[in-house]
Write a protein that binds this ligand. Sequence first.
Ligand code: M6R
Length: 374
Amino acid sequence: EKSGYKHFMLKEIFEQPRAIRDTTLGRISLDTGKVYLSEMKITEDDFRNATKINIAACGTSWHAATAGKFMIERLARVPVEVDYASEYRYRDPIADPSALGLLITQSGETADTIAAQREMVAKGMKTIAICNVVGAMIAREAHGTIYTHAGPEIGVASTKAFTAQLVALFLFAVHLAQKRETISTEESSRLLESLSLLPGKVEEILRTVDSVCEQLAKTYSTARDFLFLGRGIHYPIALEGALKLKEISYIHAEGYPAGEMKHGPNALIDETLPVVVLATKDNDNRDSRLRYEKTLSNIQEVTARSGKVIAVAIEGDEEIKQLVDHVLYVPSAPELLLPVLEVVPLQLLAYHIAVRRGCDVDQPRNLAKSVTVE
Ligand code: M6R
């Protein structure tokens, strides 16, 4: 059933173009620039008048949520609060019936996420689940569900479910923006067009970057610690890169906002520390270009202290080559969609390092695929 792949995780990484395509399929119209979501017990007015979006999730799904916050706030101009589902209930949240709840979960059976949903509903909120398993508990209890059509995910480390969640969040953000009239038809058409190009771009990354990551694993599989850095929407992807690595290779890894390095973690840097930096940019986006410039200075802070830098950058970026030890290239895309591309090299890097270390990639120690206890 692994279709010739050595592990389910690798198979699932390679299934991402299809997972993204299937999650988009039938939900967008490039002609009208519209996003269509299936029937929900949520009215047009609920979408239009929502004062806030509260998202709760765990693990990798929480990383998707944190990236989703950038998409929703940027496109629909509504504040988003993201919680770890395991924390949500215990902080006596200010749940307002005019806020919409969003629960993100691959399995739809994560106990903490279900509990967070129940807390939201008890306080009068309507909820939408983003879920990968048809008919799962969370979907049965939500007022609406946006299914990710990633297909069954067997590897404990979530890969294709994550990129499908990012796509579902993007669809939700565009949909909400249309209802709230914060996006023009031209902008949504342009964004949906870019979305439809993602599967081909992920295919290209798989074709070009897999062997590079396999090579890098030779050099870095003995590292004791890793840092992953990113700014803005790329910061949650740094967190996801670190989680993938620690979960399957047992190497200690941390994700950090690049700009926070000088407030403490710079003290960790020496010649033994590999630092993976998300240094992609959307040339059509001024904020993205600024963020990129700042990220380059952060890279220089690492190399000045002899840290080893592996950068994820946009194809054609020759400038960055001079500054870092290794570059993993991905094709260009609008800022809000770059996470879908840049996480793929991080998944492959974690995979190849774990394989070299002889770890049980699909079934890491102490972990279960779905966490059904709180
Ligand atoms: O099924 P869920 O998305 O609710 O699962 C949440 C986490 O348990 C899950 O993402 C976990 O962090 C993965 N093992 C990460 O790869």
